[in-house]
Structures are given as C-alpha cells and as structure tokens.
Ligand binder design. Structure first.
Ligand SMILES: Nc1nc2c(ncn2[C@@H]2O[C@H](COP(=O)(O)OP(=O)(O)O)[C@@H](O)[C@H]2O)c(=O)[nH]1
Ligand SMILES: Nc1ncnc2c1ncn2[C@@H]1O[C@H](COP(=O)(O)OP(=O)(O)O)[C@@H](O)[C@H]1O
Length: 392
C-alpha cells in the first residue's frame, strides 16, 4: 500500500539536512478526478518541466504515467481547478501569454493514447485566449504550383497567414533555408520525435520522410495567424482523421504534359526524381479527386485565375483586412487563495479584500482543440460581477 499524497503547502518552510530554513520555491497541489489524485508541482529534475504524480485511491498506490503534449516549464506556484476530464492550472505571476495550462486526464485524446501505449496517460495542453480560423491544407502533385500559390497568399496577406514549417529528411534545394522552407532533419531524429508523439502527421513521400509537428501548427496560431499546411495526400488523410479541423484544397494540373513541363522548368529535381514524382502524380491526382478528403479541387492552369479562385474559397476576394489584428493579451495578477469554479467558469481574485478591477472571470464554456496541441477558446473577462465571498 502506498502512502496517501503528502503535500508541501505554498511557502511552507522546509528543513534542509543541516537544519537551515529553505523557502520552498514550488509547492504541490492535489486534485482528485474519479478515483485518482493528481499531484502537480515541483520541477521534474531532468527536464525542469512541472512534475505530475498519480495516486490511485482504489489501488492505494502511486501509478506510473506517460506525460504527453507540450509540457509547461516549471513555475513558482499555481492554482489547480478540476473539470470533469482535465485540470485547469493557473500559473502564479504568469507572463501575459503563458497563464493557463490544462492537464488532460480523461479526454478523448488521453483515452486514445492510453489504448495505444497501454499505460496511464496524462497530456499537457497550453491554454490560449480566443479561437483561430481553421488551418488550410493544400495538397497536389509535385510541380503543380502549391508553393507558388502559397507564396502569393503570404505576400498579399502577411498578417493573416503563417506557414507550417514541415520536417523532412529530403536534402534542401539551392534556394531553401532550414527553418523557413523546412526543418531539414536526420531520419533517426525525426523517427524518435514521431515516437514521442510530437507529430500531427507524417508520411514517406517520393522516397523521403515528411511530417508536420504539432508545434509547427500551433506556433502559427499562437501568432494569431491562419495556418497553411503544404502536405501530400497521405498527410491530408491523417489530418482529416485527427482532431485538427481544417479546410482541405487539392490543386490539379491542367494536364500531365504541363505538370512535367513545370517540374522540368523548375530545374530542382534530377531526371530520376522527376520520373518518380510524375509516376506518383497520377495516383495523387486520382486520390485528390476521388478520396473525399478534399473540400475543394482547384485547377492551376492560368496562375492568376487559380489564385483568384483560391482567394474566393478562403473568403478573401475583394476583402480588405484591417492590418492590425493584434492578439488579445491579459495580465493576470492572481491571488491564489481566491479561485472559485462555478459551472464552466472560474472566478479569480474573488477575495472581497482584493480591489474589484483585479477580479477576473475565466470562461471555459467554448474550449476547442486540446492535447497534443493548444486548448483554444479561453475567454478572460475582468469582472466586477465576481461574487464577493467571505473566506474564513
Ligand atoms: N505528409 C506530408 N507531406 C508533406 C509535408 N511537407 C511537404 N509534403 C509533401 O511532400 C511532397 C514533396 O514536397 P517537396 O519535396 O517540397 O516537393 P514539391 O511538391 O515539388 O514542392 C509534396 O507533395 C508536399 O506537399 C508534410 O509535413 N507532411
Ligand atoms: N499556373 C502556372 N503556370 C505556369 N507555371 C506555373 C504555374 N504555377 C506554378 N508554376 C511554376 O511551376 C513550377 C512548380 O511550382 P511550385 O509552386 O514549385 O509547385 P509545387 O510547390 O506544387 O511543387 C514553378 O517553377 C512555378 O513557377
């Protein structure tokens, strides 16, 4: 039988071996959901990310767990509030864009990973205020014009779109820069990261490995931009099956002869690679048209016409976008002794002694996404409607 969780309350003096007093920088919270208690706190030595221990009250012992998702780095203190399938962690003295994290303990993603890994699983997901436009997946055979069309979008709407930088084991082309066009990666490293659940999707394409990391997509959305993914049909199929909702567009060439001409004129592939890509093109076009994965099929014959059609699909024809769509940020002066959950809202700083303009309501009623990516749809409101509660 294991010992029930013993917590070190915030600020409690800790005896060190030589009896000197040591202010404990971090502390732990214990939150029970179902028959498990989740003890959160203290930095995990190796990674200095926040540690999670699970005590199974039914078994009366601590259980091992796999911790998935992007882990929060250690922080000096937090409040923990339990929802039915996750724990909301509100950081103490947070940075404006790093205040809320979710420890998922019984979400669909956790249950799915528990089946795959055959062990207890918890998954971290960073909370982000507001929601984002659905990402745009663009697929099509090599040489059809995907990159050209995407560059035109990014040039005309730089504040609106961001490109998901894929990982690949392919060698860079003359003009390609690492971290801009691709993360050019060793196969063994990429395979390791795939095993660690860091990729939303990956596929072997034209003899090389390509993949979209969760971070690549989330970093674009964190910047308040709409994410564009240039991925092959296999990748589009995986994204369609994932929790990431997106718009799927397949670009077709006007003919195979024109596709071959473009590929040759581009001059970036050897003859052997051109032949391989043309062979693959036939089946890709077939899948693009008949698989049901794609919401739209665009023919890239005349470039400008195709670009106008693409903008129309994305609701951008003749649409003037205000240049500044600054991200909403909130600074959360949080007093950790006065956090209260009422249904799907969390009242922060409700202590009547705290001045009203620091009373905050966190609305969790329209959460989207979640591990292994971000949890979006948070809504913070400074609210004097916080109920003045007496704390004894
Ligand atoms: N599944 C998947 N495919 C990708 C990814 N990045 C690029 N691709 C696809 O890999 C194929 C080859 O890409 P690339 O070597 O850049 O050649 P290109 O199509 O001629 O530009 C294209 O169909 C891309 O859409 C990715 O992250 N995942
Ligand atoms: N509509 C078009 N007409 C003629 N050439 C095009 C058209 N669209 C793209 N191209 C050219 O075809 C080549 C392949 O385009 P690219 O964007 O690299 O394709 P992808 O990214 O799909 O492999 C490039 O040299 C590009 O300038």
């Amino acid at each position: 039988m294991g010992e029930a969780p013993k917590l070190i309350p915030h600020g409690q003096q800790n005896e060190t071996s030589n009896g000197s007093k040591l202010e404990d920088e971090t502390f732990e919270t214990a939150t029970t959901i179902g028959d498990k208690t989740y003890v959160i706190g203290r930095a995990d030595d190796e990674t200095s990310s926040i540690n999670v221990r699970i005590f199974d009250k039914r078994l009366g012992e601590w259980v091992n767990r796999a911790v998935l998702g992007t882990k929060p780095m250690s922080f000096e203190g937090h409040s923990a509030v339990s929802l039915k399938d996750r724990i909301v962690i509100l950081k103490k003295n947070p940075k404006p864009d790093d205040h809320t994290w979710f420890l998922e303990v019984d979400t669909q993603y956790v249950r799915q990973q528990q089946k795959v890994l055959g062990t207890e699983v918890v998954a971290w997901s960073k909370g982000v205020i507001g929601s984002v436009e659905k990402p745009v997946v663009i697929s099509g055979p090599s040489g059809v014009g995907k990159g050209t069309l995407i560059s035109m979008l990014m040039k005309e709407f730089p504040w609106m779109f961001g490109f998901s930088v894929s990982h690949t084991t392919r060698a860079p082309r003359a003009m390609e820069k690492d971290g801009i066009h691709y993360h050019f990666t060793e196969k063994s490293i990429m395979e390791e990261e795939i095993k660690d659940g860091k990729f939303l999707e990956f596929a072997s394409v034209h003899g090389n490995l390509y993949g979209t990391s969760v971070e690549a997509v989330e970093l674009v959305s964190d910047a308040g931009k709409r994410c564009i993914l240039d991925i092959d049909v296999q990748g589009a199929r995986s994204v369609r099956a994932s929790s990431l909702e997106a718009i799927f567009i397949f670009i077709c060439p006007p003919s195979m002869e024109e596709l071959e001409k473009r590929l040759r004129d581009r001059g970036t592939e050897t003859e052997e690679q051109i032949q391989k890509r043309l062979r693959n093109a036939q089946s890709e076009i077939e899948q693009g048209k008949s698989s049901g994965i794609f919401d739209f099929i665009l023919y890239n014959d005349k470039l400008e016409e195709c670009y106008e059609s693409l903008k129309k699909l994305l609701g951008l024809d003749g649409y003037v976008i205000p240049p500044s769509n600054s991200k909403r940020e909130i600074s959360l002066p949080m007093d950790h002794h006065s956090v209260l959950k009422i249904e799907d809202k969390i009242l922060i700083n409700c202590n009547p002694l705290i001045e009203s303009n620091n009373k905050i309501m966190l609305d969790l009623s329209s959460l989207e996404g979640g591990a292994p990516g971000r949890t979006r749809g948070l809504d913070f409101r400074y609210s004097t409607e916080c109920i003045n509660l007496t704390f004894n």
